[in-house]
Write a protein that binds this ligand. Sequence first.
Ligand code: NAI
Length: 333
Amino acid sequence: MKTALFSTKPYDRTYFNRFAEQYSQDITYFENRLEPKSLVLTQGFRAVCAFVNDQLDREVLSGLRESGVELVALRCAGYNHVDVAAARELGLGVVRVPAYSPHAVAEHAVALILTLNRKIHKAYNRVREGNFALDRLEGFDLFGKTVGVIGTGKIGQVFCTIMRGFGCRVLAYDPYPNEALQNLGVEYAPIDEVLSQADIVSLHCPLTPENHHLINASALAGMKNGVMIINTSRGALIDTKAILDALKNRRVGYLGIDVYEQETDFFFRDLSEEIITDDTLMRLIGFPNVLITSHQGFFTEEALVEIARTTLENLSAYERGEFMEPNTVVDRS
Ligand code: NAI
């Protein structure tokens, strides 16, 4: 099936090319982001393959339909950027990769915690410059600390298991508690309790209209002084303005984010020679206790293999007619 793959990076080409022939799929790679001005490229394709920062609102979905596109194959798990109702109305199929490697993202969240806590990024630079002093590199034992986990689905479950391995008390909130985790000693509590008791809060829930800015000024006011907040889920779960204030008044002691509310304009691109105009992002980067990675939680070999294979399998399954009814299928599981 002829598919236009948008927001292509060299690694997408490598992994999709490795398996495309096996699935008899005909992929054309575009570096462009999918947005109104790139719709012209979609003529003659039956499917488009999109990633987290492609635009999939009603305007773009209507344009895709006019170009003759039938299927949007997301090569990611989250689909908060897709107007699913519009896709359904337009008769466009939407498929995704519901799970590729929960370990990749959970382990990245742990990497953010360890780096922020033990200041590995600073120690690395110091030693390279011949500075072997330890002052200001002091961290804290994770053992015995309370880790608050919001969302214990596939990624949250792996994250909880790792943190239990460190000897942490894990306190979680999820509308659907997971019995296997409870058997591991994970305790569930209402969200306010989780936020108020945690030394570290890690977000692992999807972004929905209901939890937009879940971590806002009032949630931050109820947290422990010096709390560490980790977000590998979606940027808009945190009200950036509120967290900036909380960092300035030292209520938040550490912030580790792999996602950012306005990331679409910056992440996945080399802007090292450009003037970055987002003052909020630059302010965040300037804090000594903030660590930002540019949406790389998913970025492991195992995950990239799984993303390519599942997406190609989704395209093949659509060709076989498996996704014709109902027309919009965001989850194959
Ligand atoms: P999942 O669907 O397996 O689990 C999500 C869990 O969150 C479910 O148990 C659900 O009941 C719970 N939940 C929903 N709303 C909630 C709320 N308001 N409060 C607390 N819990 C809530 O999803 P999975 O695979 O664990 O992924 C979680 C999120 O991680 C994705 O939605 C995506 O935004 C993000 N993600 C980030 C990646 C990265 O590279 N940084 C890569 C992949 C996913």
